[in-house]
Design a protein around this ligand. Structure first.
Ligand code: ADP
Length: 373
């Protein structure tokens, strides 16, 4: 709605008619004081304000409005018979006005201005609405996210207890059966493999909740990186028959860190390289020293690869490339845990990849001799 403020009823009448004819809703005030009372109660899209009025003049009204938070952004068109002087025009702008029309009013010009301001005001309202909706959407997602983390924390703790019992009973059964029943042994071995997978999933979920609550702990000590790498490669070879892991390593260094957690990173990189390479069974592992004297470990596969935009997201919590997620099992938390472990060791990480050709995941760790501890 547009507010017309003029002390002369005949001026109000003609302006009102013009605006009504052009489809605008209008309201009127015969003095600055009356206008201020109305502005406090109603939100207008535009104010057409006569400058010369007895009592409060148009500039004073505009100055007062600019102090009201709810109406300070309403555009104002000043109407004046005399103050065409530059300094008066400038005064109009300084007091929050947006345009200035001199009397006698040219109806076409006035309507052009009114339509432009009205449209701008509507667009502004629309933007404010969108901004509000976006804010509440972000807030909602942040809560939703907190609830998800809380649920994961509770669920993984609850799952861990019965799983530990199942594991115990399967090992008892294993001993009871001994070598007497070949089929029984086969099924027990398969059960153990599945229990191990379930255990790893739950451990990862527990790690995520520990990271979120800031309770993940690291047991730092010195260790030989090559011994860790050799053992880890051996574990992967044993559990992934037919997979060839080529290691190229001419480093021989000490790392100061949590050996188990660095092993977790290596296992994650290796198992991903195998999992996401359904048509290849070769991995290349390279260890080298960077110009900054850090250890850099790269794990190269010849698998499905990752799109360039997604390469930046793979280390984010719960990220899974949606085009391939139905084909490969996972929770999208392994690399997130790796990133946290590496950051806590002052390491860096990343990936280079070409879709259809393969990926190289890498990480760096400072040498023990370079660490401040
Ligand atoms: P998960 O494998 O359980 O989904 P990760 O956090 O280990 O979770 O990996 C996140 C995502 O990154 C995967 O879902 C996959 O889309 C992508 N990804 C990880 N490693 C590779 C890889 N070697 N080749 C192709 N894509 C990969």
């Amino acid at each position: 709605m547009i507010l017309i403020v003029d002390d002369k009823p005949e001026n109000i009448f003609s302006l009102k008619q013009l605006l009504d004819l052009n489809g605008f809703e209008t309201d009127t005030a015969l003095s600055g004081e009356e206008a201020l009372v109305k502005i406090l109660k109603t939100t207008y899209s535009l104010i057409i304000l006569d400058v010369q009025m007895p009592g409060m003049d148009g500039f004073e009204v505009a100055e007062t409005i600019s102090g009201y938070s709810r109406s300070k952004d309403i555009p104002i068109i000043f109407l004046s018979a005399v103050n065409t002087d530059k300094k008066f025009i400038a005064r109009g702008y300084a007091s929050g006005g947006i345009d200035y029309v001199t009397k006698p009013v040219d109806a076409d010009i006035l309507m052009l201005k009114v339509k432009t301001f009205h449209r701008l005001y509507e667009q502004k309202l629309e933007l404010i609405k969108i901004q509000r909706e976006l804010k509440s959407e972000i807030e909602f997602r942040k809560q939703a996210e907190a609830k998800k983390d809380e649920f994961i924390s509770i669920a993984s703790h609850e799952l861990k207890t019965p799983l530990t019992s199942i594991k115990g009973y399967v090992y008892l059964l294993d001993r009871t059966i001994g070598n007497s029943d070949a089929n029984g042994r086969k099924y027990i071995e398969r059960t153990k493999t599945q229990i191990e997978k379930l255990n790893n999933l739950i451990t990862d979920l527990l790690d995520v909740s520990k990271i979120e609550s800031g309770k993940i702990e690291f047991n730092y000590k010195h260790f030989r990186f090559n011994d860790l790498l050799t053992n880890t490669v051996e574990i992967i070879r044993q559990t992934n028959e037919g997979c060839t892991i080529n290691v190229s390593n001419n480093t021989d260094i000490d790392i100061y860190g949590d050996e188990m957690r660095i092993e977790q990173v290596l296992i994650n990189y290796f198992t991903n390289a195998i999992k996401y390479s359904p048509e290849s069974n070769e991995i290349y592992v390279t260890c080298q020293l960077t110009p900054d004297n850090d250890l850099k470990v790269s794990v190269k596969d010849f698998g499905i690869g990752i799109d360039e935009q997604k390469q930046r997201q793979v280390f984010q919590k719960y990220f899974r490339a949606e085009d391939t997620s139905y084909q490969f099992q996972g929770l999208g938390i392994g690399l997130y845990i790796c990133s946290e472990i590496l950051e806590r060791h002052n390491g860096k990480y990343g990936v280079q990849s070409e879709p259809g050709k393969g990926s190289t995941f890498y990480f760096t760790l400072p040498l023990a001799s370079e660490q401040k501890h």
